[in-house]
Design a protein around this ligand. Structure first.
Ligand code: 5RP
Length: 245
């Protein structure tokens, strides 16, 4: 049984929905985070992504935490938030499958293909998504695009391969820069580096993901085509739109 009927927020088009045309981006994120509760079934395991939209989802999950078995988390940051609320977090390899994965995106197109990794958690996000039966993306309307690539593409790399991978992207017309944090290269939860690649126009996300994933030293490319979203809850001024792919 879905918990959905207990969700406090109606979706766009539902009888009791009242549009509020002056919502901030933050309020749109809150709205989609709460709408995601509709996709969680009783006594199941929920995959939890990473980022500011997911932080709002974690807060909403706190209100129904006794109705789920627990979660699998995609980052140390999300694990800390879940545990602070007393929500059980299982290791990914301790559970066979995950009912639903809830995560944000940096860009999503009309097929459910995404760019992810703005929060540097793309590798674990892809692992948890791959283990989940359904991926529900929660995003405000600014994330919806026709073609992926305006957002700098995050790529997690083994540090010794970063310079060569930078040259390989240059050959495709992309400019890769090493992501920094506090004056030093950012280290992911897996101890690796992130390249952010600008100038790409990704017209065939499946082919792009296939190609870049094979470059030696690439841990994870932030194109989620094989692990695409099945549903996107898109926060708009007209309400939460449900896109199914
Ligand atoms: C983290 C991610 C996030 O889902 C993505 O960056 C969107 O974040 P936000 O909800 O803060 O806009 O991929 O690695």
């Amino acid at each position: 049984m879905q918990i959905s009927r207990k969700s406090p927020l109606p979706l766009a088009g539902e009888g009791n929905y009242k549009p509020n045309p002056s919502m901030t981006q933050d309020e749109l994120k809150t709205q989609v985070a709460q709408a995601a509760l509709r996709y969680i079934a009783h006594r199941t395991i929920v995959g939890v992504g990473t980022g500011s939209t997911v932080n709002k989802f974690i807060a909403a999950l706190g209100s129904i935490q006794h109705q789920i078995r627990g979660t699998v988390s995609s980052s140390n940051a999300s694990t800390e938030r879940l545990q602070a609320l007393g929500i059980p977090v299982f290791a990914a390899d301790a559970v066979e499958s995950i009912d639903v994965y809830i995560d944000g995106a940096d860009e999503i197109d009309s097929h459910g293909y995404m760019i992810k990794g703005g929060g540097a958690a793309l590798t674990r996000e892809k692992i948890v998504a791959a283990q989940s039966k359904r991926f529900v993306c929660i995003a405000d309307a600014s994330k919806k695009v026709d073609v992926l690539g305006a957002f700098p593409l995050p790529v997690e790399v083994i540090p010794m391969a970063a310079a060569r991978i930078t040259r390989q992207f240059a050959a495709l017309g992309g400019q890769a820069t090493l992501r920094m944090q506090d004056g030093a290269p950012l280290r992911t939860d897996n101890g690796q580096h992130i390249l952010d690649v600008r100038g790409l126009h990704i017209t065939d996300p499946l082919a792009f993901e296939t190609t870049v994933s094979q470059w030696p030293g690439v841990v994870t490319v932030g194109v989620f085509a094989y692990q695409k979203a099945h549903v996107c809850l898109l926060g708009t001024q007209q309400g939460v739109q449900v896109l199914e792919f």
